[in-house]
Design a protein around this ligand. Structure first.
Ligand code: LIP
Length: 287
C-alpha cells in the first residue's frame, strides 16, 4: 500500500488543511482560557482540542485507512506509533505562545510511513509562514522559496563557537533533565566553555526546526517533546540538507518518537559540530 501513496497529494492536502487550522487558531487568539496538564507550565487551551478535532476529522474523511496520532488525543501507554501510514499532528505547537499572543505558534502536520517522516507541513498563521517538505523532493517556504533560505558564508565551518542555537526550558523544572539542560546551557554559553554566539527559544519545537531548516538557527537541542512536535519539521529540515540525531551522545539515527533530539543544519563541519555538541552535554537526558 505504501508504494502507491501519492506524497505530493498528501502535501497539498496538508497545506490546505493547515490553512483551515490557521484560521481557527487566529480567530481564537486571546479568546480561550487555558488549563494545566502535568504542571502549571504545561498548558492546553480549548483551541488546541478544536483544531485537533478539525484536523483529525478531515484526515479521516479523506484518508480513512491511515492512522492518526495527535497531541490532544494521545493516551500515554495506549496510543502507539505503528509502521502504518500515520498522520502525526500537533494542532498548536507553541501553546504558551498562543496564550501570550507571542506570534510563534503553528500547526504541525506530519505524515510518516514505517515510522519515518515523509511529508511535513508547518504553518504559522500569525506570520504567514508555510513550510512544507516531501522526502526526496526538497522543502520550501510559502511554496516557492527553497530551503535553506540562507547558506553559511563561503568557507565558514559550523562550530559551536560560531553557532546560534535553539533551546527550550521545557515543562520539567526540577530533576535530572532540568539539571542536565541548565548545566549544559551554562557550559555552552560560558567564556570558559564553548561561548556560542547565542541561544534563541521560539517556544515551539516545529518553529525551531524550521528555523534550522531555513539556516536562521544552526542547531536546536531538545529533550522531552514528542513525535508530533518534530515529525513535520523533521522532513522540512532533512530536505533542506540538515539532519536530526539524538540529543544524547552517540545516537546517529534516532526514532521519530525518541523524545530527545539534536537538529543541525547542513554544511561544512556539521558532523564535527554534532560530536562537539555531544561532548558539551553535562550528563544524560532521561525519558
Ligand atoms: C511544546 C514544544 C516546546 C517544547 C515543549 C512543548 P506545545 O509543545 O513545542 O518547544 O519545549 O516541551 O512540547 O505544548 O506548545 O504543543
Amino acid at each position: 500500500m505504501a508504494a502507491n501513496i501519492d506524497l505530493v497529494e498528501i502535501r497539498d492536502f496538508l497545506v490546505d488543511l493547515a490553512k483551515q487550522a490557521g484560521e481557527l487558531i487566529t480567530s481564537n487568539t486571546g479568546k480561550t482560557s487555558y488549563d494545566d496538564k502535568v504542571n502549571s507550565v504545561d498548558l492546553v487551551t480549548e483551541t488546541d482540542a478544536a483544531v485537533e478535532k478539525l484536523v483529525a476529522t478531515i484526515c479521516a474523511e479523506k484518508y480513512p485507512h491511515f492512522e492518526f496520532m495527535g497531541e490532544e488525543s494521545y493516551v500515554p501507554g495506549v496510543t502507539k506509533l505503528t509502521d502504518k501510514p500515520t498522520f502525526i499532528v500537533d494542532p498548536i505547537d507553541g501553546t504558551t505562545n498562543f496564550i501570550h499572543s507571542f506570534p510563534f505558534s503553528c500547526t504541525s502536520l506530519g505524515f510518516a510511513i514505517n515510522r519515518h517522516p515523509v511529508v511535513g507541513v508547518v504553518y504559522n498563521p500569525f506570520l504567514n509562514l508555510m513550510y512544507a517538505g516531501i522526502k526526496g523532493r526538497g522543502s520550501f517556504l510559502n511554496g516557492t522559496q527553497k530551503l535553506p533560505l540562507r547558506e553559511p558564508p563561503v568557507g565558514s565551518k559550523l562550530t559551536l563557537q560560531n553557532a546560534l542555537i535553539g533551546i527550550e526550558w521545557g515543562t520539567q523544572r526540577s530533576g535530572v533533565n532540568f539539571e542536565v539542560k541548565t548545566d549544559t546551557f551554562k557550559k555552552l554559553a560560558a567564556e570558559d566553555g564553548n561561548m556560542v554566539h547565542g541561544f534563541r527559544s521560539l517556544g515551539s519545537a516545529a518553529m525551531n526546526m524550521c528555523a534550522v531548516a531555513a539556516g536562521q538557527l544552526d542547531a536546536y537541542w531538545e529533550g522531552g517533546c514528542y513525535a508530533w512536535d518534530v515529525c513535520a519539521g523533521w522532513v522540512i529540515l532533512t530536505e533542506a540538507g540538515g539532519r536530526v540525531v539524538g540529543g544524547n551522545p552517540g545516537i546517529w539515527e534516532p526514532a521519530v518518537d525518541q523524545r530527545i533530539y539534536l537538529a543541525v543544519r547542513g554544511g561544512d563541519g556539521s558532523e564535527q559540530f554534532i560530536e562537539d555538541f555531544w561532548d558539551s552535554i553535562e550528563g544524560e537526558l532521561e525519558y
